[in-house]
Design a binder for this molecule. Sequence first.
Ligand code: FAD
Ligand code: NAP
Length: 342
Amino acid sequence: MNFDYKPLANYSLEDRNTLGFEVVAEWVLPITQAEQIPAAIRWAKNAGLSHRVLGGGSNVVLPDQLQGVTLLMDIDFIEILENRDSNTRLRVGAGVNWHDFVGWTLDQNYRGLENLALIPGTVGAAPIQNIGAYGVEVKEYIDAVEAYDCQTNQWVSLSKADCQFSYRHSVFKDERNRFVITAVIFNLPKVWQPRLSYADLTNHFANRSVDAITAPEIFEAVCAIRTQKLPDPKVIGNVGSFFQNPVISNQQLQILKEHFPQMVSYPESATHSKLAAGWLIDQCGFKGMQLGNVGVHDKQALVLTHRGGGNAGELLGLAEQIQKRVKETFGVELVVEPILFT
Ligand code: FAD
Ligand code: NAP
């Protein structure tokens, strides 16, 4: 093997998954430089082992025993490619902490990412589900994604179009484990406007003139709101939203609203609307519920929690109960958002 270090056997990932499950990986390979990846993939293939990539572990549900080779993405750099009057282009290593990166951009007076503050995890994982919050999606600021293609054994640069971004989705979710993302190229335009359409942000800045609101203030507001509403994974294990918000046709919405006039929905396109999955779960009586070592967060029913001693099986059992009840009550399918590793 071409490494100057050996894969680590029987490695605990308890500190590398925000659910805090006690997980042991058969093999792990910390990746600090992109150049290590081809040899790592070759090693896995030659050993007849599957491989997968782990960033911060904030959007995965891991089994007790994780077979095969797990690459731990620790590539850490930020490079300014261009800084012009119109825009700034940045190349950022996949292992950089997302929230720290957002804070760094604001320190440099590069605006745009402030609504995405305090999302746990790494820069390399941001394109996977096209992370979004408070009306902003990361795809708006991504120019390209650099990756190693494990199918063709080639380095590739995927354009924004190649990434096929959509609501909490991308090509990387469809082609699981094909691409190991090593860096993301961001384009941050200098023209900027505050994005305050979500009620929590609107209310936060209710007494302010929009023209006077700055990006760092929005960053601080998002951090304060999220800290109040979401469980801190360091204290209560969770992976954020456990289900995606269902997108349904406007006809289906109309029928549902006849039965449930209070149902929360938002237009998604001319023909479809988005339902707030948290509202559906709350209506089914799950909010704040505890079932053994796992539960449903009392301030946001979309977040499932783990308070120690539990595992993936227990959490997925609760998730299934929720899916079944929501389907029975509203006829709507809830799709699990985090990636389930096997
Ligand atoms: P991981 O959990 O390690 O991995 C997630 C998936 O990406 C896996 O399939 C993994 O194989 C793949 N992956 C990771 N890195 C790479 C790479 N370099 N190359 C190829 N594949 C890779 N998400 C939102 O969209 N919006 C939010 O507001 C939000 N809030 C959250 C709040 C909390 C409290 C928590 C716990 C989670 C939240 N999330 C949110 C989910 C999560 O933070 C994001 O999806 C984040 O991008 C995951 O990053 P990660 O590095 O932890 O990825
Ligand atoms: P919230 O503001 O209470 O809103 C509840 C739901 O309604 C959200 O899912 C959101 O959809 C939708 N919504 C609210 N206002 C909207 C608007 N003006 N236009 C369109 N949709 C609207 O949600 P929250 O739980 O406090 O979370 C705040 C933001 O952080 C949300 O964007 C949420 O997605 C994000 N977040 C994501 C995760 C995750 O793991 N994916 C975890 C925590 C928070 P959207 O989800 O589509 O925005």
